[in-house]
Design a protein around this ligand. Structure first.
Ligand SMILES: [Zn+2]
Ligand SMILES: [Zn+2]
Length: 283
């Protein structure tokens, strides 16, 4: 049987947006799939998004604490102690699975003090850095911006912010989902073509490689293989796969496909099954 790569990006009930998440059932699913390792990278978001008044009203009725008096969305904090205790219970219950603790930091380059405070409260084996928000007319979640800007302009703005994150000294090891806005690319704009943004992608990838960090091949879209090739050409040393699962059934989604795409572009499994994938010395 093909050994799938480790899943380096999974959310569970400890992430504020994963109501259907379950750490225990995600572990069971990983064991069933034969994964060597899984990282639970729960959300830590500090950016307060401007949202439409009707969205604010709807959200306030279900989660009053999530909406501030100014109608901004305020993501709830990660319960680090509860989360880490759950990781320990799962390590005891699934001794054959290597379970990494972790967190996914939203815009960590905007929130230095809050990020340092969070990382000081526990041991996080895997820290992802993400851009989920952009400042256009106001700071908003990318998901809600496609009806306010041209799709191509949004991709460029996103890659501009990803570049600022990659060039920052924010304490993260892996750049998550460089293709995040592609999830919301409108059908009427035609198929998404990464080569239209080749220069912008390459600029981010070169900065990320210089920083010594790792690129994530997120399988939600999934990440176009050409971007993995640009990562190789930028000198990227390592690659990690992430399903970005928010419920157990989609842990390691499309990993067989993603692994063969990564192999075809110059990366191979690490020495140990739970390692990052590494670039080939010679193509
Ligand atoms: Zn994310
Ligand atoms: Zn995520």
């Amino acid at each position: 049987m093909l050994v799938l790569p480790p899943d380096g990006h999974v959310h569970t009930e400890w992430s504020w947006d994963a109501a259907d998440g379950s750490m225990e059932r995600s572990c069971a699913r990983a064991v069933e799939l034969g994964l060597p390792s899984i990282a639970f990278t729960e959300h830590a978001d500090f950016t307060r998004w401007v949202i439409d008044p009707d969205v604010a009203a709807r959200t306030r009725s279900r989660h009053p604490a999530w909406i501030g008096p100014d109608d901004r969305f305020s993501p709830p904090p990660l319960d680090v102690a509860g989360y880490l205790a759950c990781v320990q219970r799962c390590r005891d219950r699934f001794p054959g699975l290597r379970i990494l603790s972790g967190t996914e930091l939203g815009e960590p380059h905007w929130h230095k003090d809050a990020v340092n405070a969070l990382l000081g409260t526990g041991t996080f084996d895997r820290v992802l850095g993400s851009v989920h928000s952009l400042e256009l007319d106001a700071i908003r979640l990318v998901d809600l911006l496609f009806d306010r800007a041209e799709p191509a302009d949004l991709i460029q703005a996103y890659l501009g912010e990803a570049l600022r994150l990659a060039e920052s000294t924010a304490p993260f090891a892996v750049l998550a989902h460089i293709d995040y806005p592609v999830r919301h690319w409108p059908a009427e704009a035609g198929p998404f073509d990464a080569t239209r943004f080749e220069d912008e992608y390459r600029t981010v990838l070169e900065a990320l490689a210089r920083s010594g960090r790792v690129l994530e091949l997120n399988t939600r879209v999934p990440l176009p293989a050409v971007i993995v090739r640009w990562w190789y050409e930028a000198g990227g040393e390592a690659l990690v796969f992430g399903s970005d699962a928010h419920w157990p059934a989609v842990v390691a989604r499309r990993f067989a496909y993603a692994a063969s795409a990564a192999e075809a572009t110059g990366f191979h499994a690490g020495r140990y099954p739970h390692d990052f994938w590494r670039r080939n010395a010679i193509r």
